[in-house]
Design a protein around this ligand. Structure first.
Ligand code: MG
Length: 173
């Protein structure tokens, strides 16, 4: 039976848990594009019940997954009018609050956005600033990377984008 926290080989590291999040949305030219809470100008937005911010959604799912507390769809049902057009940074904040109530804080996140456009690197700095504030971590603990899908499949055809996030969390007490 392995120890619940830490290992004999890494006794000085704080107990950490890891979560994985994934999200995808179709582009919708009638909407504005928000990624990581940042308005990306001159690009089709993302369809969805909320503001469609797939970066925030993937991170929210990664955080909830790290503490085994369900998922974003359960926490913010798309059947609820409260969540219509909702700011996804606000949803991320509420997930962080839920983690805190369970005795955990975000530690670090790493995100990959897969899309042909926009170019994520161009918007990296403001996205990191926004996400690190929402998560309550240093900017150096947030990573966001963009990858194209090399023109293949639905992403390659520019129908939408996908986002993957890994988050680690640590116990506060
Ligand atoms: Mg979503």
């Amino acid at each position: 039976m392995p120890p619940e926290e830490g290992t004999a080989r890494q006794p000085s590291l704080p107990p950490a848990r890891i979560g994985l999040g994934y999200d995808s949305h179709r582009f919708d030219a009638s909407r504005q594009l928000y990624l990581g809470g940042v308005l990306i100008p001159d690009h089709a937005g993302l369809a969805g019940h909320s503001d469609g911010d797939a970066v925030c959604h993937a991170i929210t799912d990664a955080l909830l997954g790290a503490v085994a507390m369900g998922d974003i769809g359960e926490m913010f049902p798309d059947s609820s009018a409260v969540n219509a057009g909702r700011d996804s940074i606000e949803m991320l904040n509420l997930a962080v609050t839920r983690l805190a109530a369970a005795g955990f804080v975000p530690n670090q996140v790493d995100v990959t956005v897969v899309c042909e456009t926009p170019r994520i690197g161009t918007h990296r700095a403001p996205i990191i600033e926004k996400l690190s504030a929402a998560l309550g971590v240093a900017p150096g603990s947030v990573s966001i990377k963009g990858k194209t899908n090399e023109g293949m499949g639905w992403i390659g055809r520019g129908e939408g984008l996908a986002c993957m996030a890994v988050a680690s969390v640590v116990r506060t007490g």
